[in-house]
Ligand binder design. Structure first.
Ligand SMILES: [Zn+2]
Length: 263
């Protein structure tokens, strides 16, 4: 399998916590020539600083920082603005909306919505100011994403991580002029029909792949690992009716359009 396909979304710090030694292993792979671009998301200051330090272990990756809607607090807002100003992040995120309802703070009440909107608006404001892409997490809040069309259109790229909505919703976002990318991961392995339909049908220029490692393990596994991207690639290629190598090349181009050329 082509080792070049980039991973548009994972959590290196959580991966190392869940499976110690992972960073060293990835750095070894990289030094033996098996390079793969990847974008790691962080959500608080300690996690960010620990992740940034993995570079000194010889691992290269793109970094994003965001105030996650599952923990919508203002503590690191200033830190985020500074990271953007200092050019230490390639993207802002995950940011967005969490209204799945499985916790009180994730229920769509007026108060929760007001808070999540304010935190989101702050982040897309910083993204606009620094011309940075955003990585969006949304569950049960696609209407809010559409409500921010005008702001999102002004951003260089908007990545919908773990996209699991029907293709017509993705196409509607693209038709409104948002530079949207839709990232697919293990849900397409685990039988998520909407994710699979979107992965099969969206335009070449809008598709990214991800693991979300260590989260969202393939069925039967304890963790999602960076190496599971090969399974995601194979499955996405089958859904799209193309060779994995061809899809990998296309995803590389899309990844570079969002996160910039390899450094
Ligand atoms: Zn994630």
């Amino acid at each position: 399998m082509d080792p070049r396909v980039p991973d548009a979304h994972l959590h290196l710090f959580d991966l190392e916590s869940a499976s110690p030694g992972s960073i060293r292993k990835l750095a070894e792979e990289e030094s033996s020539g098996r390079r793969r671009r990847r974008a790691s998301a962080c959500h608080d200051r300690a996690e960010f600083e620990a992740t940034e330090a993995y570079r000194s272990e010889g691992l290269s990756f793109d970094l994003s920082f965001g105030i996650h809607p599952q923990h919508a607090v203002w503590d690191d807002a200033e830190f985020l603005a500074n990271l953007a100003r200092q050019g230490r992040i390639a993207a802002i995120g995950e940011c967005g909306f969490e209204f799945f309802g499985d916790r009180p703070a994730w229920t769509r009440t007026a108060g929760n919505e007001k808070l999540q909107r304010a935190v989101f608006e702050f982040q897309i404001g910083v993204a606009r100011e620094r011309d940075l892409p955003v990585v969006i997490h949304q569950r049960k809040a696609l209407d809010l994403v559409f409500a921010y069309t005008r702001d999102l259109k002004r951003l260089p790229a908007v990545v919908f991580h773990a996209w699991a909505a029907p293709p017509r919703e993705a196409e509607a976002l693209l038709a409104r002029g948002i530079h949207a990318y839709f990232s697919f991961g293990t849900p397409i392995l685990n039988g998520n029909k909407k994710a699979a339909a979107s992965c099969a049908g969206l335009p070449d220029g809008a598709v990214l792949l991800e693991t979300d490692a260590p989260w969202q393990p393939p069925r039967g596994e304890r963790l999602c690992l960076p190496a599971h991207l090969d399974r995601v690639l194979a499955s996405a290629a089958t859904l799209r009716g193309v060779e994995p190598g061809a899809l990998s090349e296309l995803v590389e181009l899309n990844y570079a359009a969002v996160f910039g050329p390899p450094r």
